[in-house]
Design a protein around this ligand. Structure first.
Ligand SMILES: C[S@@+](CC[C@H](N)C(=O)[O-])C[C@H]1O[C@@H](n2cnc3c(N)ncnc32)[C@H](O)[C@@H]1O
Length: 201
């Protein structure tokens, strides 16, 4: 694998170490606060590719059982600063290769799918379905863009449906209320429910 492959941790390590992190909103988006306010108590929440993990904090503070993972040590160092005493939620792990403690009630997605090379997207969909319990939800931000180049790698129209349908049903879809420049006008907030009868890993 070339060193500059975003499928590997070195790519992300370097960007966090050099503080070139244009995807990092540095704040908790409005939709996440609304989602957390409406959640049943003590949900098991997975945040894959958590980066600096500012959203993990609101889930932890609301009493949920959070596993926020990243395979970049430099990303986790940034997250430790953000999370302070709530950093027990953090784990160094590879989303595809490591045991994550499934099943989860909720997977929170932000700038993770679009960080992955497209060749890993089918595996992403399979893994998300694998770690969620039946009836569990995938909630977060998804990015559409016509450019082949990335990261961020943008979805084509209809592509997310092709990846998720069959295992998930979409129950929410709206333009993101506020986006940072790199995602502006191309990002939507969506919630997908895992169909009953689809097995957890
Ligand atoms: C674009 S950043 C987004 C970080 C964070 N979600 C945010 O919104 O600020 C993508 C993150 O995914 C992590 N990542 C990429 N592939 C991963 C994998 N296979 N397992 C765990 N983390 C991964 C990277 O290290 C990086 O921190």
């Amino acid at each position: 694998m070339p060193k500059e492959d975003p499928a590997g941790p070195e790519f992300w390590e370097r960007r966090y170490r050099e503080r070139v992190t244009p995807w990092d909103a540095g704040a908790v988006p409005a939709e996440v606060r609304e989602l957390v306010a409406a959640l049943a108590p003590r949900q098991r929440v997975l945040i894959p590719g958590c980066g600096s993990a500012y959203e993990a904090r609101v889930f932890v503070e609301a009493g949920h059982d959070v596993v926020a993972i990243d395979f970049s040590e430099a990303a986790l160092a940034a997250a430790r600063v953000v999370l302070g005493e709530r950093q027990a939620a953090l784990r160094r792990a590879d989303f595809f290769a490591d045991e994550l403690g499934a099943p989860f009630d909720l997977v929170y997605e932000r700038a993770f799918l679009c960080a992955l090379p497209r060749r890993r997207w089918a595996e992403y969909a399979e893994r998300i379905a694998g770690v969620l319990r039946a009836g569990g939800r995938l909630a977060g931000y998804f990015f559409w863009n016509e450019s082949e180049r990335g990261p961020p790698f943008g979805l084509e129209p209809g592509e997310l449906e092709r990846l998720l349908e069959g295992r998930f049903a979409r129950v929410a879809d709206a333009p993101a209320q506020a986006s940072i420049p790199v995602f502006a006008g191309k990002e939507r907030w969506q919630i997908w429910v895992k169909a009953p009868g689809t097995k957890a890993a």
